[in-house]
Design a protein around this ligand. Structure first.
Ligand code: C5P
Length: 223
């Protein structure tokens, strides 16, 4: 599909399917896939490598501002932290547990927003996260809010971990998603919320391909 170079932004809670959908749509329309969650995860990984506590705001601010460059390679499939591919490490459950705390820090968010806009500067981009429709790209050409029931989202995340052989229980995953939702939605800075002009897609009963088709249709209509 040929599209003019524009910015498409997709927000939604954990496990809504937005990462898979965004990645596949990006491939189809040949846009850069910008996964902003991976960037917050990369900061969390870097803090852990440097043994900085997720609660140490001063050290974390210094870290993100001076020693943390995040880029994407392979059209967004790989996340590079200071030039090194860390894509696999970012999915570890311990990063998953700590990322919410680090993502609350305003200075971390400011730096990530700056880096997200830098990455999006020179190409058509399809970005996903919690605040890309509201804060990072408020003027995006097209916005979506993708969601699903908590049970369905927990089931998807549980299956993902099972496939990768990560030990966990369904109840534990469901509980973590519930807590993460609550924290993402209630934090003071850039909470997860639906942008007024976002198209809402509930994926609870939908297959991934149906969601992709829906989005591609909207992009085509917007041309
Ligand atoms: O999307 P993903 O689950 O990888 O995001 C991990 C965490 O990063 C989220 O739970 C949220 O706390 C944070 N995040 C954020 N703003 C974004 C994207 C992710 O605060 N735009």
């Amino acid at each position: 599909m040929n599209t003019r170079k524009s910015t498409i932004a997709i927000d939604g809670p954990a496990g809504s399917g937005k990462s898979t959908v965004t990645r596949k749509v990006a491939e189809q329309i040949n846009y850069l896939y910008l996964n902003s969650g991976s960037m917050y995860r990369a900061v969390t990984l870097l803090a852990s490598q440097r043994e900085i506590s997720p609660n140490n705001r001063t050290q974390l601010t210094d870290l993100v501002q001076k020693q943390c460059q995040i880029d994407f390679a392979d059209n967004g499939k790989k996340t590079l932290l200071n030039g090194i591919d860390v894509s696999e490490e970012l999915r570890h459950p311990e990063i998953e547990q700590q990322v919410v705390v680090i993502a609350k820090i305003p200075e971390v968010r400011q730096e990530m927003v700056k880096q997200q806009r830098r990455i999006a500067k020179n190409s058509g981009v399809i970005a996903e996260g919690r605040d890309v429709t509201t804060v990072v790209f408020p003027d995006a050409d097209l916005k979506f809010y993708i969601t699903a029931s908590i049970e369905e989202r927990a089931r998807r995340r549980f299956n993902e971990f099972q496939t990768k052989g990560v030990a966990c229980s369904f109840e534990q995953i469901e509980n973590e998603i519930r807590i993460r939702d609550q924290q993402d939605k209630s934090r003071q800075h850039s909470p997860l919320k639906k942008a007024e002009d976002a198209i809402i897609i509930d994926t609870t009963q939908l297959e991934i391909n149906q969601v992709i088709d829906l989005i591609l249709k909207k992009i085509k209509e917007d041309q």
